[in-house]
Design a protein around this ligand. Structure first.
Ligand code: PLP
Length: 388
């Protein structure tokens, strides 16, 4: 009786749902599973932000429908943060769209800009949500391989003129999920040049913008001259303030794209609960020590993990940012067979690289999402399998 629309055929199934099911099955056997596979921050939202939501929830104004594109005070808070952190001037009234987490905007931008037959340039490996919007738009993906040799940055010279001509949108994501790579100002300048030359819109996913290591502050795409002419940056409170469950994100930059995203959102939603918007504004404009503390936690976890990896002879490069580590699998395994062995024999969940694209094969992703002792224990358990 029920006949799904053709566009649903193009939607990839959730690779990571399979991973969760396998991990749950292992836990159900009574095993002590250490889950480093998912990207869910393990620490709570800072208490001052929670307290603001509790107070704001009682405001009767917020019990009514919010304004369609959200409250101006939240957009002003975003503009203030970008000015302070990146010295970028943002017009809150026309250059910020409020999203239900970065995820919704990352899907909507493809629907806003791509026609069937258009090409979208997508990093491989990359965050799988980019694929979904392209599929819903009936457009085609052209993968840009990210390799260690290229510091996990796309090589625009390797894109054929035919693909460049058909491409209308490009995704990029630094600090990068899953590789932990970071980009510099020079790369972004090259990106803006390439995008202008070929009339390609840029979607810069800055979900891990607050998490840069070794004293390096990640560069925002919007700091690049000309960036606002070609694209938007997706910014989210999920990782920066441990607010993944609150679902607050933004598209910031090009006013035309912001307008299109607001338009498509007007048809789906009527913005976030006002109390959440007020607490989100406080997150952005209130004390920022929590962000520095969070970064320090991830950095010392990274050191604990890499110290343990060294001891078992698992050689890899440290991530420059994000909370992910990208580690090569030993010879004789695929990323999936290796992840299976780790789950079955060490009770450790890691994400197989192939879930992020073909060029993710040969790697697994480990998240720095539990305390140092558990990270070290996970590596010790893996060491006992003598695979390195
Ligand atoms: N972009 C990347 C690269 C991510 O890893 C994630 C979440 O894991 C998101 C975007 C989505 O974040 P949000 O919680 O804002 O939807």
């Amino acid at each position: 009786l029920i006949q799904p629309a053709d566009r649903m055929n193009g939607l990839p199934t959730q690779f990571f749902a399979k991973l969760v099911a396998k991990a749950n099955a292992q836990t159900a056997k009574g095993r002590d599973v250490i889950n480093l596979g998912q990207g869910n921050p393990d620490q709570p939202t800072p208490p001052h932000i929670v307290a603001k939501l509790q107070e704001a929830a009682a405001n009767p104004l917020y019990h009514k429908y919010p304004p369609f594109s959200g409250y101006p005070f939240l957009k002003e808070a975003v503009a203030k943060r970008y000015k302070e952190d990146y010295n970028v001037d943002i017009d809150p009234s026309s250059e910020v769209a409020i999203l239900f987490g970065g995820k919704t905007g990352l899907v909507e931008i493809s629907q806003c800009l791509l026609n069937p037959g258009d090409v979208c340039l997508v990093p491989d490996p990359g965050y799988p949500d980019y694929w979904s919007g392209v599929a819903l738009a009936g457009a085609e993906m052209s993968f840009m391989p990210l390799t260690e040799t290229n510091r996990y940055l796309p090589d625009y010279d390797a894109i054929s003129p035919e693909i460049a001509m058909r491409a209308k949108l490009m995704f990029m994501n630094y600090p990068n999920n899953p590789t932990g790579a970071v980009a510099d100002a020079q790369f972004y300048a090259k990106t803006v040049n390439y995008a202008m030359k070929h009339s390609i819109a840029v979607a810069s996913d800055f979900a891990y913008g607050a998490i840069g290591f070794d004293g390096n502050k990640p560069v925002s795409f919007l700091q690049t001259p000309g960036a606002k002419e070609v694209g938007v940056e997706f910014y989210t409170l999920s990782k920066t303030y441990n607010m993944a469950g609150w679902r607050v994100g933004f598209a910031i930059g090009n006013a035309q794209i912001v307008k299109l995203i607001n338009l498509i959102q007007d048809h789906y939603y009527c913005s976030l609960f006002g109390g959440i918007q007020e607490a989100a504004a406080l997150a952005l404009t209130g004390p920022q020590q929590c962000v520095a503390d969070l970064k320090a936690v991830y950095e010392s976890r990274r050191e604990a993990l890499f110290g343990a990896l060294d001891k078992i002879g698992w050689k890899a490069s440290r991530p420059g940012g994000s909370f992910f580590c990208w580690l090569p699998v030993p010879p004789g395994y695929t990323s999936e067979t290796f992840a299976d062995i780790l789950l079955q024999e060490a009770d450790v969940v890691v994400a197989p690289g192939v879930g992020f694209g073909m060029h993710g094969e040969g790697f697994v992703r480990l998240g720095l999402l539990t305390g140092e002792a558990r990270l070290q224990e996970a590596v010790q358990r893996i060491g006992k399998l003598n695979l390195f």
